[in-house]
Design a protein around this ligand. Structure first.
Ligand code: 5AD
Ligand code: SF4
Length: 465
């Protein structure tokens, strides 16, 4: 029997890439690959790249420099190492990658991962293989058969893709170009995936998509289903105790989503709702299609249906034309909303996007200063949010043994890690924890009620209970 070939995948960027990496592993496991944690002894190294900001996309080239040495050393030892570049840099730069880094054997865009085995074979015979096409509709207007995108269950919490691509065209963003037009998966396929994951022990599902609340997949009734209706349906699947979704666009928050937050207890009260800026002038230049006031109203609509809901967001500082006054409007919005956490980035012009043609006006020093000021405000809000948990009893879904012996770690509704001393039997259960202290970003506490091994999250529990 041939020894298994070793595969190492390094993922950068968003949750979709994490999910895609798992899908690539599943595809290649079927071809006799096993995963390895080190690139140096791998027969195939895949860099699953991110193009969202320049820093992210330049990382791939420094990594390829390192891999060139590893590949040469493998060759000296009579071993072949193949190198593939996947993800959004592959999609955006295609052949250019091989021109800049001839060490690369395969370039594969996000729509083509199911072709990896054939692409590797082609690279073996022809020296190189590149596939970065979006599957186009054929001349009758039919899309090709849906690609196999379900993944094998791993652990307690799993991502499931429900839509891909984005039609919003924010002027700074590469996503509409690297991930293509917005496409939603049919409801039936999502239900099948979630049922299978639940049967394999998954208790929490995060529905992912670049613009997840633009979801409009075909339902079993032939109608187009909004995200809220999908969430209602998925909550009925035995074994699923928590649902989340990410990433949302403020413009696509509809009544069905708010109703789901009101009526579906499994839907966690924590929403990532990027706003990018608090200035209407900058929001217009970004083509966000909403004002700061619209965003505030949307937050209020969520809070009206569920008081304990918390928000996180994304911000860009230093967009071309951003004045001190515009930036102050961002700080004012953050102060007014009160976030449980947020990501903030310096504007990075991306080739091919409309904003890349606008003259940059904010100096590097001012951008740095604004980023620090914004991050200080967000950090203080995040600390206050975490501190507020101390003394409370909160539900925790336990996921795995922690690094400290005897400790089990899980997550609260707001994704805060929470540690308790307990038996591993509690893994996969949702249990109340009395929070006693906060250590950096982790909550420490004690089980509030004695766990008993038979306490299932539902009658259908097949794993860990
Ligand atoms: N420059 C800086 N940040 C960006 N983002 C997207 N494109 C850019 C860019 N060109 C940020 C946005 C988005 C997050 C995923 O990345 O805040 O919500
Ligand atoms: Fe990019 Fe999000 Fe805007 Fe779509 S909505 S273009 S993914 S920032």
């Amino acid at each position: 029997m041939k020894p298994p070939r070793k595969l190492h995948i390094k993922s950068y960027g968003c949750q979709m890439n994490v999910y895609d990496a798992q899908r690539m592993v599943d595809t290649l496991t079927g071809e006799g690959f096993v995963e390895t944690t080190s690139a140096d002894d791998a027969d195939l190294v895949i860099l699953n790249t991110c193009h969202i900001r320049e820093k992210a996309s330049e990382k791939v080239y420094s990594e390829l420099g390192r891999l060139r040495a590893a590949k040469a050393e493998a060759a000296q030892n009579g071993r072949q190492m193949s190198i593939a570049v996947a993800g959004c840099v592959a999609q955006a730069e295609g052949e250019e990658i091989i021109r800049r880094a001839p060490v690369v054997d395969v370039v594969v865009g996000p729509q083509s991962y199911h072709h990896l085995p054939q692409l590797l074979a082609r690279a073996n015979s022809d020296g190189r293989a590149i596939e970065t096409e979006f599957p186009l509709q054929d001349k009758f207007g039919f899309l090709p058969p849906p690609r196999p995108d379900a993944i094998r269950a791993r652990g307690i919490s799993s991502f499931v893709t429900v839509q891909e691509g984005c039609d919003k065209f924010c002027t700074f963003c590469v996503v509409p170009y690297t991930r293509g037009a917005e496409v939603s998966r049919p409801v039936k396929r999502i239900i099948d995936d979630v049922m299978r994951l639940a049967d394999n022990g998954v208790r929490e599902i995060t529905l992912i998509g670049q613009n997840v609340n633009a979801y409009h997949g075909e339902g079993p009734d032939g109608q187009s289903w909004p995200l809220g209706k999908l969430l209602h349906r998925l909550a009925e699947i035995p074994g699923i105790v928590r649902l989340r979704y990410s990433t949302s666009h403020p413009r696509d928050v509809d009544d069905s989503l708010l109703e789901a937050h009101r009526d579906v207890p499994a839907l966690m009260p924590f929403v990532h709702l990027p706003v990018q800026s608090g200035s209407d002038r900058i929001l217009a230049a970004m083509n966000r299609k909403h004002t700061a006031g619209d965003y505030r109203k949307t937050i209020d609509r969520f809070r009206a249906v569920r008081q304990d809901i918390a928000f996180s967001s994304d911000f860009i500082v230093g967009f071309p034309g951003e004045t001190e006054e515009d930036f102050s409007a961002t700080l004012a919005l953050v102060a007014q909303i009160g976030y449980a956490g947020a990501y903030s980035f310096k504007y990075s012009p991306r080739p091919g996007t409309p904003a890349a043609d606008i003259k940059e006006t904010v100096s590097a020093q001012d951008m740095d200063k604004r980023l620090v000021r914004l991050q200080e405000l967000i950090d203080s809000q995040q600390s206050a949010f975490n501190m507020a948990a101390i003394g409370n009893t909160v539900d925790v879904l336990f996921e795995r043994a922690a690094r400290n012996p005897g400790q089990i770690v899980g997550r609260t509704a707001y994704l805060q890690p929470a540690h308790v001393m307990a038996s591993p039997d509690i893994i996969s259960q949702v249990l109340p924890v009395r929070i006693e202290s906060l250590e950096r970003y982790s909550l420490l506490g004690e089980l509030a009620a004695p766990a008993h091994a038979g306490r299932p999250a539902s009658s259908h529990m097949t794993h860990g209970a």
